[in-house]
Design a protein around this ligand. Sequence first.
Ligand code: GLA
Length: 432
Amino acid sequence: MRSAGSALAVAILLIARRVSALDNGVARLPVLGYNAWNAFQCNVDEDLILQTANQMVALGLKDAGYNFINLDDCWALKNRSDTGDLVPDPAKFPDGISGLVTKLAALGFKTGIYSDSGWFTCAGYPGSWANEKRDLELFNEWGISLLKYDNCNIPFDNITRQNEIGRYQVMQKAIADVAEESGKPPIIFSLCEWGWQQVWLWGKTIGQSWRTTGDISPQWSSLASIINFNSFITMATDFYGRNDMDMLQLGNGDLTIDEAKAHFTAWALMKSTLLIGTDMRNVSQDVVDILTNSEILAINQDPVVGTSISPFRWGFNPDWTSDSLHPAQYWSGPTQDGVVFMLVNVADSPATLSFNLTESPWIRAGRQYSVRDLWSHTDEGIAVRSFSRDDVPPHGVVALLLKDAGDEPDALMPQCAVWYQCVTQDGIHVGG
Ligand code: GLA
């Protein structure tokens, strides 16, 4: 009979296996690229996609790391071919998708495509249900590198006999089988089922990213609600598997520059996939400057630390309060270069945002830290014990990288920045 100890060890191993990310060699880090959906919905064609790609090169976005161009819905004809294959709409893509992939590759881009785990896509084009392997073979033949897989128009239960997990696993298997048969790397699997069924608990066993919410819109209320929701599930994100906070809306709608900065900072530091979603033919320089902030992008693409920032204090609300208009304000996380902080002013008027350094678990007590402002790109001197920033604009953001700068000054009072449970060697509580 197996000993209790070894049974426990097996159980722990199984749990560890169940929750660990699917490391099939692709998308260890967040994907950076472009998706036309937010700006154009179904109104896309090869000309637009190639103009976009050329602009991405000309504006320096390709060099900044945005190297995927992803098609979304509406690239196909409404009917499959006589032999059952998906057919690219020849009016939109005269050289087919494979022709587009070749042209994008010549510019240095990989291509992503879109399908759906039901009968039809969300816009009513053919879905991949019951055609998973066939469609994946075609995508692989065309040279596709990423599949966004949606959740509209699901067959009846007596047909699927599956839950969400099961429908997505069928495509996962098709991806793995096609990779093995073709000898090409697996296609990156981007789950889009809007956070149903607690996808953050199992998405990492099936794909490399999973949408956590319904569709983003270009208003602060939408951004705030996505930040709020994701603030409670940051632990799901790491290398090879991440919460996808949806495609970027920078440059769209009526977002202010401060809101656009907060949007980009939150998405990047929470290690979301970053897909630009604005019309690149008339994007403003302000938006390009935000998207190419190399100090923020470096944290999103950190090769050593894969985890997301998390809130350490909600601020506007009591801790752990869910408020879709007023998410957590004080966030931090480890990086390969130090501890990154994100402060968000969720109020509609300017505010002072302050914190004690050791509120963040990654800060060492009794040490001082150099402060780098990741938006002004300036060094802000040495922080001892606390940091404060006045006049943070409404919906504005502060992003800081703190690096250990040695012991804090001698004889600093009080002896402990946080007095709870802090005592002399004799057990006397002298402060607080
Ligand atoms: C869903 C997805 C969107 C987009 C559309 C396309 O709504 O969540 O991101 O792909 O479908 O129809």
